[in-house]
Design a protein around this ligand. Structure first.
Ligand code: PHE
Length: 341
């Protein structure tokens, strides 16, 4: 036993540890239930009485040495973690926390939606990847209509009913007409895609909010009233509107809506190119063919639809002359809205 104690004393003195886990392993090996020192204490019971005194002292020394060595190793490992690990000075002031702001397009879209929700319109959304029927067919586009041309539309697959990226959110209105109970009063916000060259005034991705109201006895006067109320809410009480005859396959009659220029008050400036008017949306009475295609009886129901580009409204509101700025996410541009929004 004496020799075993000597061996262990030697062994313990030479212990080295890199991590706390090593120390725990040593503790178990030496002092654990089946540890070598514990084992020696068990054997001690069998020792002859005349040897008890000497061996007892040696055993105690061994046990104390083991405990103090383990403590010492723990301290060393702890120190090296502090020295080599990340250094923290908790007295230093914290790093500045940059809060983001909402994107001007999101803000404009939310504003348009909130105006129409005051008028009782619900929000409807639909898929960005659509089929030809919901983007064109159900909306009375004749097969040869230029908007179906490969140049305007991103096609994903060609078949009898090609899959494509929606070019307007009118597709959501078709889905609503197919499914929703009448009357319908919805706005459809969303991203749309057109195969156009990117410039200051056009982009291949932009955002729309389109609207649809279908009920009995809906007239063009109702449409005009809705558009006027919207324009006043969006651009100010003094805003006037005018409607110019236009053409869309899905509405008849159709119109283009202008608002009086909010920069020069209608006198003419470089924003409105001297005309005093700014174009904001297309609209019209839903064509009876469109109602019929979605299973609604045009002899009983009528409705109006309108659609606007969110970027266009945002440009007019904040006089941003280049559409591309909205997509580049240059923080210097976005920060300009921190105070506005
Ligand atoms: N869908 C048309 C477009 O994307 C806008 C529109 C909607 C026009 C509803 C009239 C009625 O240009």
């Amino acid at each position: 036993m004496k020799q075993r104690i000597e061996e262990l004393l030697q062994e313990i003195q030479e212990l080295k540890a890199q991590k706390l886990q090593d120390i725990e392993e040593y503790r178990i090996k030496l002092l654990g239930k089946k540890g070598s020192i514990t084992k020696l204490f068990e054997d001690f019971r069998e020792v002859l009485p005349e040897q008890k005194r000497e061996l007892g002292q040696k055993l105690n020394t061994l046990k104390n040495l083991a405990s103090s060595k383990l403590e010492e190793l723990k301290e060393k490992v702890g120190e090296s973690i502090l020295q080599n690990g990340p250094k923290s000075d908790f007295t230093k002031p914290g790093d500045k926390f940059d809060l983001g702001t909402r994107h001007p397009i999101s803000v404009t879209r939310e504003e348009i939606i909130s105006i129409f929700s005051k008028f009782g319109y619900a929000v409807a959304e639909g898929p960005e990847i659509e089929d030809d029927w919901h983007v064109f067919g159900a909306l009375n586009f004749p097969p040869e209509h230029p908007a179906r041309d490969m140049q305007d539309t991103f096609f994903i697959s060609q078949s009898d009913n090609p899959v494509l990226l929606r070019t307007h959110t009118s597709s959501v209105q078709v889905r609503a007409m197919e499914r929703m109970p009448l009357p319908i009063r919805i706005v459809c916000p969303g991203r749309v895609f057109r195969n156009e060259a990117i410039s200051a005034r056009a982009h291949c991705i932009f955002h729309q909010v389109e609207g649809l109201y279908i009920d009995k006895n809906v007239s063009f006067a109702d449409l005009k009233q809705a558009v006027l109320l919207f324009a006043k809410e969006m651009f100010g009480e003094q805003t006037k509107i005018r409607m110019r005859p236009s053409y869309f396959p899905f509405t008849e009659p159709s119109a283009e809506v202008d608002v009086s220029c909010n920069i020069c008050g209608g006198k003419g400036c470089n924003i409105c190119k001297g005309t005093g008017w700014l174009e904001i949306m297309g609209c019209g009475m839903v064509d009876p063919n469109v109602l019929e295609a979605s299973g609604i009886d045009p002899k009983v129901y009528s409705g109006f639809a309108f659609g606007m580009g969110v970027e266009r409204i945002a440009m007019l509101k904040w006089q941003v002359k280049d559409l591309r700025l909205y997509f580049e996410n240059d923080v210097r541009f976005l920060r300009e809205f921190e105070t506005v929004i």
